[in-house]
Design a protein. Structure first.
Length: 597
């Protein structure tokens, strides 16, 4: 046998050895995986959030024995963020229990549970199929992001859920969060790390070699500790100034969002419950971006050219020369396509020109480029669809449905009260879609008496319970929040809607008057402020605004009289003395009047 033949045999021998070794390793780990599974070692990859933890964790529901049987009720300290809800601690035999999770849209804001989609759904189910006792429990938490929703599911799993309905995506950027380099390494090996992390072998290794802290953090490093309840960035600032474009943080937040959805699926599976995701919809037509920024590398000359083109577009738009205005904005877009407000204004022009598809795309791009993303960007909606599709879970694509229902196919004020909160009718329509899904899946079997008339009766019942004055006050409060967030035009429009419902409420009149005063509509502002004082004679703030209006109108005597009343009511308020000083400085003296004669 020559040397060449020996070399060939040696090479083949090495390949066989490597293949045999790999096969042996794979068989060993498959056998170990099967053995560990039989022994009850289960993966806990999604049991904990590796990126955030909480400083404390008091329960949302506490036991109450005020009834014949033990009930779980919303804890008193949680009512700032959640609706008051209750349900039996031990689920009765005929009961189908649904938990509706999410943020303030699920909650029913700016109203409450009584007009939310969970209420509508519960009424539909009970009327359509009384063979079961249907419990639809509203667990929407104001400002709750996906990581808080997932953490909440750990508690809810104790109460024998049958179905989770999850509407989330708008609040992912509300709280200040940081992510370490560990997330970057996890992202680069996302598929492999996810697969390994869900094996029994990995779980055994974790138990044997990782200390408790490392195990709790999912072996991805020190997690960020958040307060027990939401600590929103906007609560600490005036408007969205704190927000700035941060691509790495944005991408990490998106990855965390995906992990949270997968974790929710895992938690639902642990409880032998179904889970149904709902894509989060937004008002894209009638709500401009919260904050815009230019692209980072824009030169001074380019910015000057961009601003000149935008100015030309504004002039043309005011003259109703929409094609010319659009041409100017398109040129500005070629210089800088990252400015959210530019996309929004471009959408408005396309909308006016009847170019609906292009307008819709421009409006959505404005949402996606918003530096203060308080509406779910399209990439987050895509992740909801993707996660549900990968695991064969159903998703109600509400974001696409809302486009079908909207006037001219672009969601706006016909379906939303502000940037994300639904009208009562939109809540109703979402509930109808959820009901249809449950019927299609065989979960609910409507009886022969279920009809359009049944639906009308439910609508009459729910709408008949609405207290219009309270509804107006809720809109007033929402207007104040929007004003505080820098959305003054939208806030003023809401305040005027509130007046129509709560016109005899002093504070509602003050808020409307204050917002009209800020926008320079002095006559109408004065009438609302006077009404506020008429309804509440001790209203100091209304007098301060009214005095300022009289000053601008050169009504010196009226300004002086009103501000002196304010000082008499509240001598400690320094702003009153500042206004009084302005009155005295500008008030014409008697000598000047005499000289004029």
């Amino acid at each position: 046998m020559d040397d060449e033949t020996m070399k060939t045999k040696t090479k083949l021998s090495l390949k066989k050895k490597v293949l045999f070794s790999l096969t042996t390793c794979v068989l060993f780990f498959l056998t170990l995986e099967l053995f560990l599974n039989v022994c009850g070692v289960q993966p806990t990859y999604y049991d904990n959030d590796p990126f955030v933890g909480y400083s404390s964790n008091s329960p949302l529901f506490v036991a109450s024995n005020n009834h014949d049987s033990a009930e779980m009720v919303t804890a008193a300290n949680k009512l700032v963020f959640f609706n008051e809800q209750h349900f039996p601690q031990d689920k009765p035999a005929r009961t189908y229990r649904i938990f509706c999770l999410g943020g303030s849209t699920t909650y029913g804001r700016p109203y409450d549970h009584h007009t939310s989609f969970s209420r509508w759904l519960g009424e539909y189910l009970q009327a359509a199929d009384p063979t079961r006792d249907w419990e639809v429990i509203n667990v929407g938490g104001i400002s709750y992001a996906s990581y808080r929703v997932a953490a909440l599911m750990e508690e809810l799993n104790r109460y024998s859920p049958d179905l989770y309905i999850v509407y989330t995506g708008h609040n992912e950027f509300l709280e200040l969060r940081t992510y370490g380099q560990q997330m970057d390494s996890q992202q680069s090996l996302a598929g492999l790390s996810n697969w390994i992390g869900q094996t029994c072998t990995f779980e055994l290794a974790e138990r044997l070699f990782a200390d408790r802290d490392e195990q709790a953090s999912g072996n991805f490093g020190q997690k960020q500790i958040l307060p027990e309840e939401v600590d929103a960035i906007l609560d600490k600032t005036v408007g969205p100034e704190t927000y700035t474009r941060d691509k790495p943080l944005w991408q990490r937040t998106l990855k965390h969002f995906e992990f949270n959805l997968q974790r929710m699926e895992h938690l639902a599976d642990k409880a032998s419950a179904e889970i149904l995701f709902v894509t989060a919809a937004s008002n894209i037509r009638d709500f401009s971006p919260f904050k815009s920024e230019h692209r980072a590398d824009l030169s001074v000359d380019e910015q000057a050219q961009w601003e000149s083109l935008v100015h030309s577009a504004n002039v043309s738009s005011q003259a109703e020369q929409n094609e010319e205005a659009l041409g100017s904005l398109d040129k500005a877009l070629a210089i800088d396509d990252r400015h959210a407000e530019l996309h929004y204004q471009r959408g408005r022009l396309l909308d006016r020109l009847g170019k609906i598809d292009a307008a819709c795309a421009a409006y959505q791009r404005a949402v996606d480029e918003d530096v203060c993303p308080l509406r779910a960007p399209s990439q987050f909606q895509d992740v909801v669809r993707q996660v549900a599709d990968e695991t064969d879970h159903r998703v109600i694509d509400f974001e696409r449905l809302i486009h079908q229902w909207a006037k001219n196919g672009i969601p706006g004020d016909d379906l939303f009260l502000d940037h994300v909160h639904l009208t009562i009718d939109a809540h109703h329509r979402l509930a109808a879609e959820l009901f249809q899904h449950l019927e299609d899946s065989g979960t609910v079997s409507p009886n022969a008496s279920w009809s359009d008339l049944s639906r009308q009766r439910i609508a009459q019942q729910i709408e008949g319970e609405i207290d219009t004055a309270q509804q107006g006050k809720a809109l007033r409060n929402l207007a104040q929040v929007l004003s505080w967030a820098g959305k003054h035009l939208e806030a003023k429009q809401l305040a005027l809607q509130a007046i129509q419902l709560a016109g005899e409420d002093a504070h509602t009149n003050f808020v409307a008057g204050h917002m009209l005063y800020q926008s320079g509509e002095l006559e109408q502002a004065a009438s609302f402020l006077q009404k506020a004082i008429e309804l509440e004679p001790n209203h100091v703030l209304a007098r301060l605004d009214l005095a300022e209006i009289y000053l601008q109108q050169d009504e010196w005597e009226q300004a002086k009289s009103v501000i002196e009343e304010a000082i008499q009511l509240d001598p400690e308020r320094q702003q009153s003395y500042v206004i009084l000083e302005k009155v005295l400085e500008n008030e014409p003296s008697e000598n000047s009047d005499s000289a004029g004669l």
